[in-house]
Every structure is written in structure tokens, then in C-alpha cells.
Design a protein around this ligand. Sequence first.
Ligand SMILES: Nc1nc2c(ncn2[C@@H]2O[C@H](COP(=O)(O)OP(=O)(O)OP(=O)(O)O)[C@@H](O)[C@H]2O)c(=O)[nH]1
Ligand SMILES: [Mg+2]
Length: 480
Amino acid sequence: MKNPSLKDTICAISTPVGEAGIGIVRLSGKKALRIADEIFMPKNGKRPSQLPGYTVHYGHIVRRSSFVNRESSTNHESRITNHEVIDEVLLTIMRAPKSYTKEDVIEINAHGGITCLRKILDLVVSKGGRLAEPGEFTKRAFLNGRIDLSQAEAVLDVITARTEAGLRAARRQLGGELSGLIRKITDAILEIQANAEASLDFPDEELQTFEYATIEVKLAEIIVELEQLLDGYQNGRVLREGITTVICGKANVGKSTLMNRFLKQKRVIVTPLPGTTRDAIEEIVNVRGIPLKIVDTAGIMHAEDEPSKEGVRRSKKYMESADLILLVLDSSDELTKEDIDSIDAVKDKKIVVIINKTDLPERLQINEVKKRLLNKKIIRISAKKDKSLNRLYDAIYNMIWSGSIDSSHQGALTNVRHAAAIEKALHHLESAKSGIADNIGMELIAVDLKDARNELGIIAGENFTGDLLDRIFSQFCIGK
Ligand SMILES: Nc1nc2c(ncn2[C@@H]2O[C@H](COP(=O)(O)OP(=O)(O)OP(=O)(O)O)[C@@H](O)[C@H]2O)c(=O)[nH]1
Ligand SMILES: [Mg+2]
């Protein structure tokens, strides 16, 4: 639905579909309390609309139906009301504006199970509720001014966080850390812009020179601050999306065996024959709290048939685009042309060299490997016997964090949309700064400053477009 109305009272099942101890149906909007009155039979006899916010009540969800009964002997008419009990529930009342959406919100804690929840939802709809779109509750929280857009995005990050570290970063953003920082910087730019515009009214040359100098200093400070934020983005992105880690090497060295170790299950086919893996296989794993998007690739080999050749081409593509390479060599085999091809393809990347099959007699020319991969971390393991995998996980962890990141500031910036806005703002600020160096007119500098502020405003969702909101909220689940 394009631009669904804010006037509707929306409803949804907010818990996952399937059997569960409890399930929650949620309503938000002007009619939420009235609908609750109609479908809830409270134990204490009080209607939800008469009760205060932040209270929970025990009772039943009932479908009321009434009909007129006429006594044929007396011709006397009476109205009879039937109550079909749908479920025994706890009903929570949150009154506007102290709720998730800033509207009246009702949450019905019913028994889990889709049939029961669907019945309650259908009943709510029959009383005037409208099925919510994905993320519509959160969208209302944004449109009603309870959170800004970056916080709304953080809600999604909290829900989808794959690791503790990712969750911490999302929670900080939800708490408004990024919003606060951006607001502070935007205010500082506004102050400079005001100075620049004021100096236009006083074209005294001495004063102008003074203003140029102060503005230059302040601008430089802001630029540094934004650059630092962008520097942290790479780490933030890692927390959010996972770092693309490609397992590569020649055929039969044990790449898929290693992949299965990461996944702690026999997910990928392993055989003693070279060329077992034909197509790349991607999975998300969690290594020491860091999400890795790990890719097992087809072994680098001289392939005869077209599918295998295509497999090798794909492997090379993955090797090019990887954030981190795990290059696997076979300790029990001599260094071959295919090993050297693999080494040459990845030696300039972030790489951990894995010497596998150390349970077998060693035939690999290790010194030759070291010579070709100077200063690269080399880890000896046996994937098959599950030996020294912990040392590999440590090496990956250290490689990613380089041991130098202050954990309290890890990734204040995690979102590509925010990073893009900051980059654009920086571009305008740099332009203002060089304008000052070139002594161009203050009015042009003021324009750049205003453009920079507009770009930063996009992060919090100022001047948002319907398309942007659709793009963001369509990623949410229904009921959030
Ligand atoms: N002894 C020993 N054998 C291993 C080890 N790791 C893997 N293997 C064996 O090596 C063979 C090849 O393993 P795979 O994991 O399929 O190797 P791959 O690199 O994925 O091979 P391709 O997909 O063909 O490129 C299998 O027979 C594995 O059991 C190890 O650490 N020690
Ligand atoms: Mg394989």
C-alpha cells in the first residue's frame, strides 16, 4: 500500500509464526482502546478505555454476537448476547503519547499458535483495525517524532543482530548516540553559517579577515570529527553485515572440510577427489563475536569441462572481492603450480595462510611458502582432526580488529546510508574550506555549509521522501 494512512488503527501478530508458549497481537491508533473494549471481557469488569496506561489485565478475548428472541406465546421480544471465548489473555494498555508509536497501543498476550492468533487478529480487523504493513509500528514511532530515522533503522539492526558486538552497536544507535553526535556537528555548522552570513552585512575588510580565520579553524575541527566517524564505519559495517571471508586454494586441500568446521556441521560435500566443490557456497558464521560471511570456493585447478572452468572463474572473482582471504595449502603435498597461482592471486590482500592436513607427513616446502608470502600470518591446522582451529579463530579475530580498536567506540557508524550522507557532507565542507583559502565570497561558503547540513539531516530523516521510508521499512517484519 502506498502511503498508508496514519489515521488507521493498525494491528498485527508481533511474534513469529509457529507453536509457542505465548503470542502477541498488537494494536496502535485512535481506535485501539475502543476495539479492546469490544473484544476483551475483563475479569475485574473494567473496560480498557477506563483504565490507566502501563497496566496489565487478565480476561478473555470474546466474539460477541447478539440476536433478537421472540417468545411465540407472549410475542415478547428480548435481545440475547452470546460470547464465544477465543482465548484467555493478558491485555496491556499503553496510552498515547507514552507508547512505542506515541499512539494508544494495546498488546494482547494470548496463547501462541497461529490459529488462535489469527482468530484474534480477524476479530480486531472486523472491529475496524487495519492489518499493519512491515515495520509500520516503527514507522509511526518515527513519523510521530519519538525516534529519528537512524534510530528506526537501529531497531531493525537490534532485531537482526547476529553477534553480541553487532547488538551492542545497534543498541547504542537506538539509544541516540549517532543522532546526538550528528546533531552536535550540525549545530556547529549552523553557527559557522550564521557567522558567515552575518559578516555579509558588515563588509568591513578587517572584520572579514578575522571571520575567515575563525571559520577556517572551526571547519577544520568539524571535518576531522566527521572523518573519524567515517574511519570507524568499516568496523561498524563488519559488525552489521559480516566480513566477506573467502576460503580458497587449489583443489583437494581441505577447503570444504574447513568450511564445515566453521559451520559445526557437515554442510558442504567433502570427498577425496579434486574438484568436489563446483560452485561457491556462502554462509554466515560467528567467530569470537564477529560475523563472517564465509565462502567456500571451487579449488583452483586445470579444469577440462565447462562447469568446472566456470567454478574456477567464480572462485577468482570471490578472491578479488574478499575482505579477508583464508588461503589453504596442503601440508602433505608438494607446492604445485596451482598453489603458486592461488598465492599470486591473493598475496596483496588481507590474508591468513592455513597449512592444513598437518596430521599427515609433511611434504610442503614451507620455506618456499614463507618466501612467497612475506610477513603473512601462517597457521598450521588439521581440519579433519579438528586440531588448532582455535588458533585460526584467534588469528582471524586479531586480523579484523588489528587489536587497536577502542571497543567503546567500535562502529558508531554502521549503516551505508549514513556513511554516504557523511561523505557528501564532507565534500561540501571541504569545498567551503578551500573556498576560504581562495578568499571566495562568504555567500558561496554559506551555500556549501547549508548543503552540508542538509546532507547530515538526511541521517535523522529530515526532508525524507516516501521512497526512502518504503525502502527502509520494507525490510522490517510485520508487527514491528
Ligand atoms: N588427513 C587429512 N585429510 C584431510 C584434512 N582436511 C581435509 N582432508 C581430506 O582431503 C580431502 C579433500 O577435502 P575437501 O574438504 O573436499 O577439499 P577441498 O579443498 O574442498 O576440495 P575441492 O572442493 O575439490 O577443491 C577429503 O578426503 C578430506 O577428508 C586434514 O586435515 N587431514
Ligand atoms: Mg571443496
